[in-house]
Design a protein around this ligand. Structure first.
Ligand code: ARG
Length: 271
């Protein structure tokens, strides 16, 4: 249905041999036989490896059928479909996820990654596709609603995230009150177990956790000083070819309403 928007990007496409499928391709050189190419895997369609730390519901997580699913996954699949490439999602631990770009095991990363100046020095980011902020989850009644209030309390974060950064700056990076975990569910679990007084992480993930794991036990708060964060899709520094495709696809899915319907599916009507 969005065939008309596809761009002739597949320079390596072999039109010969596609026979009937090449009908209507004109002289563009682009065959793109499968309109739903986001999910197809023909020899003509390039497949990119995508790293994602799939322990971050609702952005990326492993469902009961062992599939990697989530908002990010749907967004990238839609971009891939709009641009005529395939994606293969690789569940990649957060620790080392950025290294996987340089090592070439992943061509791109979508993992609720906040675009930061520091990261921008090491990799390139797409245009922002989602706005987020940090959020505090704390035991009901404890009133730990700001970073200041958290001082002197034990706080769990996911190691190497913007949440870790913010708490680290407030407490001092080496503060014994920061408990760092490799995955966000472990940090939130620690709060549930009473090992910490609060956990700090991305709002969407914290809200989702509290909703599904005892909204009666926890409250959430956003310190008004927490900055806005913007998620981007990361590629290896200098890979402008791929970055252009991603940005082009993102524009298309925003323009044609696909992005909005994915957003609605995962987050409802807020926005
Ligand atoms: N947005 C935060 C950051 O970029 C946390 C992202 C963690 N993502 C994940 N899939 N574990 O630092």
């Amino acid at each position: 249905m969005i065939k008309h928007m596809k761009k002739a990007l597949a320079v390596t496409t072999v039109v010969a041999g596609l026979g009937m499928l090449a009908v209507g391709c004109g002289s563009s050189g682009s065959s793109n036989p499968a309109d739903n190419s986001g999910g197809s895997n023909t020899a003509q369609t390039k497949t990119y490896n995508v790293g994602s730390d799939a322990s971050y519901a609702p952005f990326e997580y492993v469902d009961s059928n062992k599939n990697i699913v989530g908002f990010d996954i749907d967004v990238l699949k839609a971009i891939a479909k709009a641009e005529g490439f395939n994606v293969k999602f690789n569940n990649t631990a957060w620790d080392g996820i950025f290294l996987s770009l340089d090592q070439g095991t992943n061509d791109m990363l979508i993992s609720a990654i906040t675009i930061t100046d520091e990261r921008k020095q090491k990799m390139d980011f797409s245009d922002p596709y989602f706005e987020a902020t940090q959020m505090i989850a704390y035991k009901k009644g404890s009133n730990l609603t700001t970073l200041d209030a958290l001082k002197g309390h034990k706080v769990a974060v996911q190691n190497g995230t913007t949440g870790d950064d913010i708490v680290g700056k407030a407490f001092g990076k080496d503060s014994p009150n920061i408990k760092r975990f490799d995955a966000m569910p472990l940090a939130l679990q620690e709060l549930a177990n009473g090992g910490v007084d609060a956990a700090v992480g991305d709002n969407g993930v914290v809200v989702n956790y509290v909703k599904n794991n005892g909204g009666d036990k926890f409250d959430t708060a956003i310190d008004p000083n927490f900055p806005k964060e913007y998620y981007g899709i990361a590629v290896k520094k200098g890979n402008s070819d791929l970055l252009n495709k991603i940005n082009d696809g993102l524009k298309k899915i925003k323009a044609d309403g696909t992005y909005d319907s994915i957003y609605k599916q995962w987050f409802g009507d807020k926005k």
